[in-house]
Design a protein around this ligand. Sequence first.
Ligand code: 13P
Length: 257
Amino acid sequence: MSARRKFICGNWKMNGTASEAASLIAGIVGNWKDAYRNVELAVCPPFTALLEVHALVSGRGVQIALGAQNCYHETKGAFTGEISARMLVEANCTYVILGHSERRTIFEEDDVTINKKVRAALSVSLKPILCVGETLDERELNQTYEVLLRQLKEGLRDVSASDMKHITIAYEPVWAIGTGRTATPEIAQNAHSFIRMEIAKLYDDSIANAIIIQYGGSMKPDNAKELLAQPDIDGGLIGGAALDAKQFLAIADAALN
Ligand code: 13P
């Protein structure tokens, strides 16, 4: 058994005005139980709801961390529309999701850009959740491992061994995101074990054994338990099911056992 603590994180994507976000977090806080202290729970609302969500979490005796869904790599300046890592820290974020496949495809972010963001986040002690994952075409062409290795190597370029304790990896097969088509536990486990093995090669065994590797892609209450039971699946990055407080907490329940 690994000593890794399970980490369940909700990626709300572009869902939730401040008032909608308030009612979602209220549902999570209202149904929170002490046992959740045994897992790491986080939510990543849109930027505009971060302060509202923080206000509704803090001082309630619950342990729910806050994350953002993106940041820019520069610290400040003439970058209209962008948000820096330091701004996110000031907005009470512990985590930032980087390299999500929607950023890679819709917003054309490449591995070099993502790596700059990873290093910018680390420089202000914001913890990156680095997403990697293959498209359906890449899987069908047997390129899955090649793609994962490239995204890992490039995304983690110049990240020191000591900074690796602040990194979470999320394996998100693109074909499973928002499609209802979950990777089987076996497919996911194989990818996770590959990622851990490559981290061991890039760094060392103790870093590889300690790193949290989340699965993301149509994780729901009814498939979470089986996925989370796999030896190298340490949590979930949850999209659709994280928009419903009960479903999100049901996944957290699956992580407790
Ligand atoms: P779904 O859970 O909606 O498939 O989204 C997964 C995801 O992209 C989380 O980052």
